[in-house]
Structures are given as structure tokens and as C-alpha cells.
Design a protein around this ligand. Structure first.
Ligand SMILES: Cc1cc2nc3c(=O)[nH]c(=O)nc-3n(C[C@H](O)[C@H](O)[C@H](O)COP(=O)(O)O)c2cc1C
Length: 344
């Protein structure tokens, strides 16, 4: 298979519809789900010529950690629904590629299993639960298991209404699926910025705040000690009719003004999408479904292939743009295809 779209088509063929709906679908009318992908087409490249691009590297750092490419694996839940090895397969592939892996609280493998399978860079995605002691224990376990940052997901006070799941009878989580940390998914809709301060104080690891879509919240995240802000609409699975990730990115980048790293996710299907995110000020992008498709089709090998496809596309895009590394991509390397001001 030669691109992510082909993996997506193969995954949709292979996986039982009553399971694939959970991975593929979004909330409500899926306006945001579609916007996540469509928004990338509203930007085009402005390549520069006669730059020596005989050596192009996709390597970068995220919170100081060296990674092989500016795209990482977003935390996505319940991977054993797609492959018997689940998160362990994804972890092996990410580690072999030198890519950053974020592991969901709703992992179907234990942190110990994932640690044993991976010597690569790993972050741990946290939901804050009603039981604060349990949340702290989970953070402590994450530290012991070699995760180097905590990604706090803040866009899930309630679970979005995903109509494909309702139509096909997908139960979230499936009653017969073992989720070692399911008790930690008891998220509280009462969570506030004050709790972020509490987590910041208690959590000795760098803190990434995931699920930010506005300049107002980006500023609050920085003020409350976030080490990075992750622009995300949860893959169009939470509130429908919010901005595509890439559309929310510019105002967040402007508000953060270099005080911390900014990442973006939602709709990444091509290396070129990642490079557009870099041009708009992201340090890196993350993808969920692209890797879910790889995992569903070919397990560990499928995730490895999708990583390598994206890495090679990023490398080629950089070279054709006249950039020898992610750091050289600037706002001047893209322009909107239609009069469009995301800061308006
Ligand atoms: C099936 C699925 C499960 C997800 N589970 C989680 C999760 O447990 N925690 C979380 O923070 N985000 C979760 N996400 C959101 C992803 O981290 C990410 O924001 C999203 O997938 C990005 O959009 P993309 O799939 O178009 O790349 C999930 C996404 C999908 C598709």
C-alpha cells in the first residue's frame, strides 16, 4: 500500500463494521470530522528553489526528546479491537521508527507490557477521575514505567455522541474487552483550571494539555504551567461544529507566543499535512486514525509502514519546499488557497 488512504480503505474492508464505526466515526453530523481533513486543502505550498537540499532530515525534538519525525502517534483507545497485540504492536513499531508514542488511559495493554515492548519515547495520556488519589497513583505508575510526559486530555467532560456507534450497537467500552485502567476513565465534568494547577504541582513530569481550541484557553494553559499545548478536537469525536485542528492552530500559536511548544492533531493523512502544521507554527503533529488503519490491516507492520510512509512524505515535501529540516519550515512556505484569515 502506498498511502494512508489505501490503508484506510483496507481497514474499512477488514474490520467488522460494528467495531470500525468506533474508530472511523465522529460526533453528531461529523461536520468537524470532515473539516479536519478538508481544512488541509485550503493551504498550498510556496516552495523555494535553488536551496541545497542534498541532505534532508525529518528529525526534531519534542520537549527536548529527540524523535525521528515531527509526527507522533496520538493516544487512541482500545487497540486490541484491531490487533491481538494491541498497544504493544503500536509501541514496537513507534520505537523501531524512533517516533513519539502517546498511550491512552484506555489502553488494552498494561503499562508494564508496553514498557517491555518499547525502548522508544513515550508519553502517557491521562484523564482526571473523580478519585484524585487514583489519578495520582496512575501518574506515579506512568513515571515508573518510563513515560517522559503526561498528556492531560481536557476536552472530555462528557463523551461525545457518536451516532455511528449508536446505529451499529457499539458499546463503549465493550463489556468483553479487558481495559486495565478503565476505572480511571471515570472522568469528572467538574474539572477546572484549578485542578490543572493541582496536577501541575503533583506531577513531576512535563505536562501537555490536549484538547485546546481557542487563544483564551491556550493562554490559561500557559499561565497554569503547561509545558506544551496540544490543539485538538479529539478527531471530531467530541463537540461537533468546532474548528478543524489546523484552523484553530494559528490563534493558539499566536497566543502562546513561543512560551511553550504547540502540537496539533486531526485529519493528518499525508506528510504534507504535517509540514503545513509546522508552517503554521506547530512543533509537531499527531495522528490517530492513520495509525489505527495501519494497525487494523497489518498489526505492528502496518503501524511501521504508515510511520515510514508519513516520514518519507515529510522528507520529500521538505526537500521540494527547499527545507533541510523541520526547523526551516516557516509561515512563508504556505499560503491560503482562498482569502482566508484564521485569526479574524
Ligand atoms: C478510536 C479513537 C480513540 C481515541 N481515544 C482517545 C483517548 O483515549 N484519549 C485521547 O486523549 N484521545 C483519544 N482519541 C483522539 C486522538 O488522540 C486524536 O486527537 C485524534 O485521533 C486525531 O484525529 P485523527 O484520528 O484524524 O488523526 C481517540 C481517537 C480515535 C479515533
Amino acid at each position: 500500500m502506498i498511502n494512508v488512504a489505501e490503508y484506510a480503505a483496507a481497514a474499512a474492508e477488514k474490520v467488522e463494521p460494528s467495531v470500525w464505526c468506533y474508530f472511523e466515526g465522529g460526533a453528531g453530523d461529523e461536520v468537524t470530522l470532515r473539516a479536519n481533513i478538508a481544512a488541509y486543502s485550503r493551504w498550498r505550498f510556496r516552495p523555494r528553489m535553488l536551496v541545497d537540499v542534498s541532505s534532508v532530515s525529518t528529525e526534531t525534538t519534542l520537549l527536548g526528546i529527540p524523535v525521528s519525525m515531527p509526527v507522533g502517534v496520538a493516544p487512541f483507545a482500545m487497540q486490541r479491537l484491531l490487533d491481538p497485540d494491541g498497544e504493544v504492536a503500536t509501541a514496537r513499531a513507534a520505537a523501531a521508527a524512533g517516533a513519539l508514542l502517546a498511550v491512552s488511559t484506555l489502553t488494552t495493554r498494561t503499562h508494564a507490557d508496553i514498557e517491555a515492548a518499547s525502548d522508544g519515547p513515550r508519553w502517557f495520556q491521562l484523564y482526571v477521575t473523580r478519585d484524585r488519589a487514583a489519578t495520582l497513583e496512575h501518574i506515579a505508575e506512568a513515571r515508573e514505567r518510563g513515560y517522559s510526559a503526561v498528556v492531560l486530555t481536557v476536552d472530555l467532560p462528557y463523551v461525545g455522541r457518536r451516532e455511528r456507534d449508536l446505529r451499529l450497537g457499539f458499546q463503549n467500552p465493550p463489556p468483553d474487552l479487558a481495559l486495565p485502567y478503565a476505572h480511571l476513565f471515570d472522568t469528572t465534568p467538574a474539572l477546572t483550571w484549578r485542578d490543572l494547577e493541582w496536577i501541575r504541582t503533583e506531577c513531576a513530569l512535563p505536562l501537555v494539555v490536549k484538547g485546546i481550541l481557542t487563544r483564551e484557553d491556550a493562554l490559561l494553559a500557559v499561565e497554569h504551567g503547561a509545558d506544551a499545548v496540544w490543539v485538538s478536537n479529539h478527531g471530531g469525536r467530541q463537540l461537533d461544529h468546532v474548528a478543524a485542528g489546523i484552523d484553530a492552530l494559528p490563534e493558539v500559536v499566536e497566543a502562546v507566543a513561543g512560551r511553550c511548544e504547540v502540537y496539533v492533531d486531526g485529519g493528518i493523512r499525508r506528510g504534507g499535512d504535517v509540514v503545513k502544521a509546522l508552517a503554521l507554527g506547530a512543533r509537531a503533529a499527531f495522528a490517530g486514525r492513520a495509525f489505527a488503519c495501519g494497525l487494523a490491516v497489518e498489526g505492528e507492520q502496518g503501524v511501521a509502514s504508515v510511520l515510514e510512509l508519513l516520514r518519507a512524505e515529510i522528507e520529500l515535501t521538505l526537500g521540494l519546499l527547499g527545507c533541510t529540516s523541520p526547523d526551516e519550515v516557516t509561515r512563508g512556505h504556505i499560503e491560503p488557497t482562498v482569502p482566508y484569515d484564521p485569526l479574524a
